[in-house]
Design a protein around this ligand. Structure first.
Ligand SMILES: *Cc1c(COP(=O)(O)O)cnc(C)c1O
Length: 405
């Protein structure tokens, strides 16, 4: 079954529209915002409700780890925005990713994955999955055109991220999908193609329209957008999501109703924020390119980016992430980050405030030079998550900080 469902007008669906108004906890004549159903359990009208629940009636609420009206409202809204049949919201991005993976793999299965992954996912693949009899075969993103060669009868999932962290390489999604489908047919396998869309978000990159089966995303980043909540999302077909929901109930990574409320609030400005972040990132990247003391600016929206052509083809916007390399190595990178007065020196990304981090001190800490080289990471790199500040303030901040390098 296709995961895709035609969205009505995805850019406005973060707002209270008639499309889903009145669905669960926001009846007509009710509040404009979605109330928080801050409860762990639900009063049955009579014991018949328990029987109806056991028989599969989706209208009966039993326990918040299974279902919650505020969380459900959020999940329906996200399904409309992301253009898919169903979504599930989790306590964090990692809860979403691990539950989605566990819903699909069995002892003896294999995953084919790109190497340039979020650190948590990479370590889960490297350190945890083998204990469950699941092997992971890694491919560098340059090797993606030949990804078909890695597909075997045992391949259950093909997993990837684009743009990658922190070097912002862009993988041609359509090409990857075609290669996997062809190889799968030859090998007698039908791998689920799963993408972590955290960096781009659905507003900049619509994976389902490019043939991807399942999307995972950290709601902590652009979806939340205010650095004040933790959440994760899994999106795809109804059948797939039903399987993930079973795992959610076992592993218990359910979203808290308050976090769901905050995320619903965030969705109202999702389009505004991402549009501004895209614009600020492009302008800041252009400004920094060629500046004295800056050796390299990596941004998929720049013509100098090696994958610019692919990015233009598959992305509606180039995102808020910019990576620069300053002359003088990690000492200079540290001096720049410590001298910034508007941008905040902190991990994470996607918030309204600009954040900077040094990959060799964060995502790629303790890696040997050879490993760093393979990941394309250099000591002088600074990763910038562009916020919604006035771009002139950001330019001034970076110009001054880089001047003190
Ligand atoms: C942050 C992040 C995650 C993990 O999300 P959490 O909400 O921190 O658990 C996964 N993938 C990417 C690309 C991320 O940036």
């Amino acid at each position: 079954m296709s995961a895709r469902r035609k969205a009505i007008n995805p850019r406005s669906l973060g707002l209270a529209t008639r499309a889903i108004h009145g669905s669960h906890v926001a009846p007509y004549q009710g509040p404009v915002t979605t109330p928080i159903a801050q409860t762990s359990t639900y009063r049955f009208q009579s014991s018949d409700d328990a029987v109806r629940y056991a028989a599969g009636d989706p209208g009966v609420y039993v326990y918040t780890r299974y279902h919650n009206p505020t969380v459900r409202e959020l999940e329906e809204r996200l399904a409309l925005i992301m253009g898919c049949e169903k979504t599930l919201v989790f306590a964090s991005g990692m809860a979403a990713i691990t539950s989605a993976i566990f819903s699909l793999v069995r002892d003896g299965d294999e995953i084919v994955s790109t190497t340039a992954l979020y650190g948590g996912t990479y370590r889960f693949f490297r350190d945890s999955l083998p204990n469950h009899g699941v092997g992971v075969r890694f491919v560098d993103h340059e090797g993606v055109p030949e990804i078909g060669r890695m597909i075997t009868r045992k391949t259950r999932i093909v997993y990837f991220e684009t743009p990658t962290n922190p070097t912002l390489a862009v993988i041609d999604i359509r090409k990857l999908v075609a290669a996997v489908r062809n190889a799968g047919r030859r090998a007698g396998a039908k791998p689920v193609i799963m993408l972590d869309n955290t960096f781009a978000t659905t507003l900049n990159q619509d994976p389902f329209s490019l043939g991807v089966d399942a999307v995972v995303e950290s709601g902590t980043k652009y979806l939340g957008g205010h650095s004040d909540l933790m959440a994760g999302v899994v999106a795809g077909s109804e059948t797939f999501i039903a399987g993930v929901h079973g795992v959610l109930k076992h592993l218990g990574g359910c979203a808290d109703p308050l976090a769901a409320f905050l995320l619903l609030r965030s969705l109202k400005t999702f389009d505004l924020r991402v549009e501004r972040q895209n614009r600020n990132a492009l302008e800041l990247a252009t400004f920094l390119e060629g500046m004295r003391g800056v050796k390299r600016v990596i941004y998929p929206g720049l013509r100098s980016h090696p994958d610019h052509r692919i990015a233009k083809k598959q992305m509606a916007g180039f995102g808020g992430m910019v990576t620069i390399e300053v002359a003088g190595g990690v000492r200079s990178a540290v001096r720049v980050c410590d001298a910034l007065r508007i941008a905040v020196n902190a991990m994470s990304l996607g918030g309204v405030e600009t954040l900077v981090s040094i990959p060799v001190y964060s995502s790629h800490i303790n890696m040997k030079p050879a490993e760093l080289k393979r990941h394309g990471v250099t000591p002088g790199m600074i990763r910038i998550s562009t916020g919604i500040e006035h771009v002139d303030d950001l330019k001034k901040d970076f110009r001054e900080a880089i001047g003190r390098r």
